[in-house]
Design a protein around this ligand. Structure first.
Ligand code: AR6
Length: 169
């Protein structure tokens, strides 16, 4: 598997799937989640509501992943995952790694070959970028997956540099 990096907006990626840094409600929010629903249109939220009305009645647990249409976005699917909120007193790294692993498992089930990830948990959820980059890169490298390209899409130059440092280590 190739791990690649771009600086940019995840909603513009022409990958088979893009990953959403969602919350358990699956009903939208700010950051990446807000951008995906805004640009992808109401079809995504409609599928999320169906999931909540069905087997995800209690919401999507942290560390798990589920797919919907990508609506009007160039990707075919959005894989929604819920990152952990950063905690100084508790090590939640395994949950952040699980987001990456589970998203790739869902991608495999869909037959997706290219998947774009944002820097999950590093915005509203407060995870320090360098630590999140280390966990994310380690988790995707260790995943047994048929996905051929994992592309990390970093919003700004600083985040891009941090991920670049991790990839070359
Ligand atoms: N494309 C790529 N990266 C982006 C984009 C974009 N369009 N927009 C922001 N980022 P966040 P979290 C970067 O807050 O920390 C939502 O309300 C951003 O700079 O989107 O996992 C959800 O509903 C940061 O580095 O996700 C949840 O409640 C990274 O993406 C909560 O936020 C992740 O920031 C999830 O928080």
């Amino acid at each position: 598997m190739n791990v690649t990096l771009v600086q940019g907006d995840i909603t513009e990626q022409r990958t088979d799937a893009i990953v959403n840094a969602a919350n358990s409600s699956l009903l939208g929010g700010g950051g990446v989640d807000g951008a995906i629903h805004r640009r992808g249109g109401p079809e995504i939220l409609a599928e999320c509501r169906q999931l909540r009305a069905g087997h995800l009645g209690g919401g999507l647990p942290t560390g798990q992943a589920v797919a919907t249409t990508a609506g009007l976005l160039p990707a075919h699917w959005v894989i929604h995952t819920v990152g952990p909120v950063y905690s100084r007193s508790q090590d939640r790294s395994e949950l952040l790694a699980a987001c990456h692993r589970e998203s790739l498992r869902v991608a495999d089930a869909l037959g997706a070959r290219t998947v774009a990830f944002p820097a999950i948990s590093t915005g509203i959820y407060g995870w320090p970028l360098d630590d999140a980059a280390r966990i994310a890169v380690t988790a995707v490298r260790a995943a047994g997956t048929s996905v051929e390209e994992v592309r990390f899409v970093l919003f700004d130059a600083a985040a891009y540099e941090v991920f670049r440092g991790q990839l070359s280590s």
